[in-house]
Design a protein around this ligand. Structure first.
Ligand SMILES: CC(C)(COP(=O)(O)OP(=O)(O)OC[C@H]1O[C@@H](n2cnc3c(N)ncnc32)[C@H](O)[C@@H]1OP(=O)(O)O)[C@@H](O)C(=O)NCCC(=O)NCCSC(=O)/C=C/c1ccc(O)cc1
Length: 399
């Protein structure tokens, strides 16, 4: 069924949408843990084998997670040298802050170097940096360290997003779109770098799902709006419109809190249902605010939700959905009546890396553009996190 159009809202002649010009991802090279031995390993290295029922529960959760392997910065050797990282009785925040201060921006550097190389222009042409992480515990913050590692200009305009969790990547991309479209010639580097060592601890009833889900990784994207410069590659995805929605009265459902033992997080069992119940309205709002790029010489207008009832029509799009957890993808699939392959990129990233919080959405975008078959012209990006906040973006794959 073709997406129709019945007059898109707010066509704006001459408007140039920001576009992604380079994408890079990176994972720590140290530890790759297969999910089927994760529970066994975790209980052994944290001296928790006296809790067999909890271990069995983690094993059950791992089996249902849709994850096959995850990368971690933290090694068994480091844990052996720092028992405070798994003994909640011992203060460990200093250790975590010291360890992440360098490791988080260095992982971001690996992803950013790839994104910049693909973009094709000198690093000095980056004008803005937006950095997102849940490991930001000190100032000067990780964005400055990354700027130094990459050799960005001292005039680069930096913004740090901290503790946004899994919607951090979506928020950073949305902010970069605004910066690129409203500052002529701006080239914005988005970097998201997430490391579980800031929240790692011995398993207890409260954090068991997080242990099964989260992994370490970094994603980076260079974003700019036309006119494009010599040497710049063809836009990968245009960022046509973006919305942020907070689901009312769901503050309790997802959260993080810095304590003496690191960052504690909380994931309510209702999160997949809440996301499923609210996602279609967020998408309708995002598509309503999409603007026709009249400059694009005959480009089709964005699909308009006012010309149909939504369901089924969503299959005309490509999908970049943050794989927060397997049931979240299942619920979105069901609510939007998507064909199974529509979420294949999200499921692939979940399977190969787990949930890398804000960085994950960059992995999904990277996976999508590497796919064998051509993508539909229009697509949707979704990311979720504490709030519950849903970031939605209408994307266009230039022809
Ligand atoms: C793999 C799970 C855990 C289980 O699969 P299932 O299909 O729901 O299976 P079951 O319904 O049989 O549940 C298996 C067990 O897991 C338990 N469980 C099922 N969700 C739960 C639950 N949130 N609590 C605590 N027990 C549970 C459930 O009660 C059950 O326990 P038991 O009967 O003893 O086997 C699945 O529910 C899942 O992936 N849930 C996580 C979804 C989720 O909230 N994702 C986070 C989205 S937001 C985001 O991406 C990041 C936020 C973030 C936040 C902080 C940070 O630092 C960084 C990032």
């Amino acid at each position: 069924m073709a997406m129709g159009s019945c007059g898109t809202s707010g066509g704006m002649a001459g408007r140039r949408h920001a576009a992604m010009l380079g994408i890079g991802t990176a994972n720590p090279t140290g530890v790759l843990v297969p999910q089927d031995v994760f529970a066994e390993n975790l209980f052994r290295v944290t001296n928790s084998d006296h809790l067999p029922e909890l271990k069995e529960k983690l094993r059950r959760i791992c089996e249902k997670s849709g994850i096959e392997r995850r990368h971690f910065h933290l090694t068994e050797e480091t844990l052996a040298a720092h028992p405070e990282l798994f003994d909640r009785e011992l203060p460990s925040l200093d250790t975590r802050v010291d360890m992440t201060a360098d490791a988080v921006p260095k992982l971001a550097q690996c992803a950013a170097a790839k994104a910049i190389a693909e973009w094709g222009r000198p690093t000095a042409d980056i004008t803005h940096l937006v950095f997102s992480t849940y490991s930001a515990c000190q100032a000067p913050t990780a964005d400055l360290r990354l700027a130094t590692l990459l050799g960005l200009r001292p005039t680069v305009s930096r913004t740090m997003l901290s503790l946004h969790g899994c919607y951090g990547g979506g928020r950073a991309l949305s902010l970069a779109k605004e910066l690129a479209e409203n500052n002529r010639g701006a080239r914005v580097l988005v970097a998201c770098s997430e490391m579980t060592l800031v929240c790692f601890g011995a398993p207890d009833g409260g954090n068991i799902v997080g242990h099964a889900l989260f992994g370490d990784g970094a994603g980076a994207v260079v974003i700019g709006a036309g006119p494009f410069l010599d040497g710049e590659r063809r836009p990968i995805f245009e960022m046509v419109s973006a919305t942020q929605t907070t689901i009312p009265r769901t503050e309790h459902a997802l959260g993080m809190r810095v304590s003496g033992g690191g960052v504690d997080f909380h994931l309510a069992i209702q999160v997949p249902t809440l996301v499923g119940q609210n996602v279609e309205q967020c998408l309708l709002d995002a598509f309503r605010s999409a603007i026709v790029d009249d400059d694009d010489g005959g480009a089709a207008p964005p699909p308009s939700p006012c010309s149909g009832n939504g369901n089924g029509r969503w299959n005309d799009l490509f999908w970049a959905v943050h794989p927060g957890g397997r049931p979240i993808l299942d619920n979105i699939n069901k609510v939007l009546m998507l064909e199974p392959e529509k979420l294949a990129a999200s499921r692939h990233v979940l399977r190969e890396y787990g949930n890398m919080s804000g960085a994950t959405i960059v992995f999904v975008l990277d996976e999508l553009r590497r796919g064998r078959s051509p993508l539909p012209e229009w697509g949707a990006l979704l990311a979720f996190g504490p709030g519950i906040t849903i970031e939605a973006m209408v994307l266009r794959c230039p022809r």
